[in-house]
Ligand binder design. Sequence first.
Ligand SMILES: C[S@@+](CC[C@H](N)C(=O)[O-])C[C@H]1O[C@@H](n2cnc3c(N)ncnc32)[C@H](O)[C@@H]1O
Length: 391
Amino acid sequence: MPNKSFVSRLIAIACVVVLVPSLAGGASSGPDFSSSEERRAWVLTTFLKDIEARWRFHNVPAADGRFLYDLVRETKRQRALEFGSANGYSAIWIGLGLEENGGRLDTVEIDPGRSKLCEKNVGQAGLESVVNCINGDALKVSKTLDGKYDFFFIDLGVVEVFSFLESVESKLSDDAIILLHNIGFEGSYKKTLDYARQRGWAVEKGRPSDGHGYGFFVVRKHLHAWDSSPAMLSVLEAKLRKGANGKISTKCIDLTADEISGEKFDLVYSSMALHHVRDTERLLGKLYRLLVPGGCIALVDLDVEDGSFHGDNPGVHHHGFQRDEIERQLTTVGFRSIGQRTAYCFEKPDESGITKKYSLFLMTGYVAAEGRLGEFDVPVSGTDDLSSSSA
Ligand SMILES: C[S@@+](CC[C@H](N)C(=O)[O-])C[C@H]1O[C@@H](n2cnc3c(N)ncnc32)[C@H](O)[C@@H]1O
């Protein structure tokens, strides 16, 4: 630990030698355990703490290691890549999370001695079938990697990380999480942030770091835009040709009639489409079956209005909705943790020029699942406006 006194560090190292002789060198496997649960508990309570006590390789702080573990586990990552293994401390945290998901990590280290040490520590932690240690320059190794990764962690010390991120971009899945640790060096922070924003990635800044720079992570998502009207889709497609970098794809589909199979999604949202659907409960049942366990639905539509919003527009089956009724339908088809709030209030003139007030609700619901992020999200609730009362 950086702030431990020299004496307490010496004691910690002495204890390591007594309690875990193999850490001092020699055998590459840890003590014998009767179960993998016992081994994992030992790694978390003893082995990682021993490495922390020696903290020689600018390892991530323990809080960041725990964050990596939680993130990998809770977002069900399957295939991770790390640049900058050092002695394998962060790789072990990531590996423990992946082990629970049946996933794998490739970790790359340029220094041969450190890479060997990483391999040894990974072996001690019993993670040799989860973590693959690669010795080499990450920029060169990235050209040899096959397949797609859904998690990418860069922790390279005092280097410009931008080129490393660029070298791996084509190997990242659409829903990859990219986590950059301590990128305050060599102008990396601004350059990387600008790059991420240009690509429309969701950027989250300011994870705890050890004071040498910044950390932030980026979640990349792909959006599927579905509509039953070819004309509406062609308007969207014209806009997409000007940007969006392949992150949005379109499909012409009548959700009330066509069978939907195969694809599963994390989030389904619909804005101002529900009042055009006659049998909303049937549609909500179909949308429920499109979601993965823990997935979320978000619906924005009109509160009950007097029919003036669309005038005599054909294809309008509901003059807004009673929120209780939509909540009942969501519950009936299986959604849980339903929440609702007013999303927007506005005024507009009706066909005869009389100004009318309208409001939109936002309603959310989740597909139940053990251990998925969605379950821990606080449902949207309350009736407070997200906007001013007139637009
Ligand atoms: C801050 S340490 C990594 C600490 C590690 N992630 C942890 O928390 O346990 C940075 C490591 O990146 C390695 N490194 C620097 N440039 C590299 C490159 N081009 N390719 C691979 N590794 C590199 C360094 O040798 C060093 O071991």
